[in-house]
Design a protein around this ligand. Structure first.
Ligand code: NAD
Length: 493
């Protein structure tokens, strides 16, 4: 059948505006309080010092709320509340009962998903389509998944008589604030531990809303305590002598400091740290899909992703056409208002992070790499960085070695699979990697030789609660997700 649609005359086409109309997400269902306290022993309390700090919307620089800053005294009260809840109640609560609470939390997260997604975007700067379609569904899925294990621990670890550890201290970063809270809380509670959680200082609001959800789910007081604050609060929490288990996600530098603090203490520790993943594209790869995978790998969540595909390793024979296509695709990325449903790349999370990205990009130029940035307009206020790609990158450049944690891709080339593996593994990190090729045997071969906790094949940045995630080398140790993520919260000896 022939298409009967009238074709506009050339002159009409020239004057047609093919841009996207604004599609702002409504925010009137989100209530942000002026002031937030600490959740300790089931009560919202002010910190002993009376101190607070402000959290801002990174897309507008508008102050959203004043949040309590927990000091050592508050840390002590929170750990005592968690200990009392563990001794008197949670350690005696059956797995079936624990599962009921976790299922409730998962369901409430689904019911209030829109509210959480908008709040996550306002406080952290990520595009609403990502908080709505990735962060929220995955956070709920983690609670559902671990709820399923809570009454089946003996089957999960047959013959090992699994027992909870006690009080878990959990410190999380700002790039996936609610999702990281879910990754931490769900397995800890399913295993029968009580928790003191410290969210990151630039993104405390969804963790505090989660605190309200835990109350809505009638989780007993003290089972989860939430302390807001910066590095000093986190340091006091992980060093508290009555903590049995520390779970940390954040920078390698802080992870090493925590490891030093806990050395010899017997406190269990898992570390999820930084990364510098290689995304490896062979000449037989489906190029258009690979381009989407490269874009998703590095520009998703403004590149604030520990497993971001920040080093593109492309086979030399296809490097030129692939980079030309990539640049054309980058020019179509919509950068701007994170609350707009069409936005692909939102705001950089904080001024401090923006300055770090700018400093590393300047080093790339100074060291001789060639810079290309997508030609988009940036809003006048807020923290923004254009999607960026560097070609002509040498392995010794800082932009090939250091984690930028922003929308900046470094491109290197290779000729043979052996060279690809050698270059991919030439990093102090070992969190993730991607392989794009038509050959299954090559995928299996590379997956066994890449020193990375996760290897994606013909895709990137895929997550599922059943699938373990974690690193080698300076990316940390221990796994989150799946049964592997349950084991670090249990005594299996
Ligand atoms: P960060 O290490 O500065 O902060 C992470 C958290 O630790 C925050 O809550 C912070 O307040 C707290 N903190 C800071 N100093 C502390 C100390 N001395 N003791 C205890 N807690 C302290 O990292 P960030 O800038 O918030 O996050 C970015 C980093 O996190 C990146 O390197 C990224 O790769 C990593 N990350 C890793 C994963 C993973 O799963 N591997 C996930 C997300 C982020």
């Amino acid at each position: 059948m022939t298409d009967q649609t009238p074709v506009p005359a050339a002159s009409t086409l020239e004057t047609l505006d093919l841009g996207y109309a604004p599609a702002p997400e409504a925010t009137d269902h989100v209530r942000i309080r002026d002031h937030y306290g600490l959740l300790i022993g089931g009560k919202w309390v002010d910190p002993a010092s009376g101190k607070g700090f402000k959290t801002v919307n990174p897309a507008t620089e508008v102050v959203l709320a004043e949040v309590a800053e927990a000091g050592e005294e508050d840390v002590d009260l929170a750990v005592k509340a968690a200990r009392a809840a563990y001794d008197k109640l949670w350690s005696k609560t059956s797995g079936t009962q624990r599962a009921k609470y976790l299922f409730r939390v998962a369901r409430v997260l689904q019911e209030r998903a829109r509210e959480f997604a908008v709040l996550e975007t306002i406080d952290g700067g990520k595009p609403i389509k990502e908080s709505r379609d990735v962060d929220l569904p995955l956070a709920a899925a983690h609670f559902f998944y671990y709820a399923g294990w809570a009454d089946k621990l003996d089957y999960a670890f047959p013959g090992r008589s699994p027992r909870p550890l006690g009080v878990a201290a959990q410190v999380i970063p700002w790039n996936f604030p609610l999702l990281m809270a879910a990754w931490k809380l769900a397995p800890a509670l399913a295993a029968g531990n009580t928790v003191v959680l410290k969210p990151a200082e630039t993104t405390p609001l969804t963790a505090l809303l989660l605190g309200q959800v835990l109350e809505q789910a009638e989780l007993p007081p003290g089972v989860v305590n939430i302390l807001t604050g910066a590095g000093a609060t986190g340091a006091a929490l992980v060093a508290h002598p009555d903590v049995d288990k520390v779970a940390f996600t954040g920078s390698t530098e802080v992870g090493k400091a925590i490891q030093r603090t806990l050395a010899g203490s017997g406190t269990r520790l898992t570390l999820e740290l930084g990364g510098k993943a290689a995304n490896i594209v062979f000449d037989d790869a489906p190029i258009d899909q690979a381009i989407e995978g490269i874009v998703n790998g590095i520009y998703f969540n403004q590149g604030h992703v520990c497993c971001a595909g920040s080093r593109l390793l492309v086979q030399e024979s296809i490097a030129e056409p692939l980079i030309a296509k990539l640049k054309r695709r980058m020019a179509t990325l919509r950068v701007g208002d994170p609350l707009d449903k069409n936005t692909d790349v939102g705001a950089i999370n904080s001024r401090q992070q923006l300055e770090r990205i700018e400093e590393l990009v300047a080093s790339g130029e100074a060291e001789g790499a060639e810079l290309y940035q997508s030609p988009c307009d940036l809003p006048a206020r807020g923290f923004w960085f254009r999607p960026t790609v560097f070609t002509g990158v040498a392995q010794s450049h800082r932009i090939a070695q250091e984690e930028i944690f922003g929308p900046v891709l470094s491109v290197l080339t290779f000729r043979t699979p052996a060279e690809a593996v050698e270059k991919a593994n030439n990093t102090p990190y070992g969190l993730s990697a991607g392989v794009w090729t038509d050959k299954g045997s090559r995928i299996l071969d590379l997956a066994s030789r890449l020193r990375a906790g996760v290897v994606w094949a013909n895709t990137f940045n895929r997550f599922d609660p059943t699938s373990p995630f974690g690193g080698y080398k300076e990316s940390g140790f221990g796994r989150e997700g799946g049964l592997h993520g349950l084991a670090p919260y249990l005594d299996l000896s």
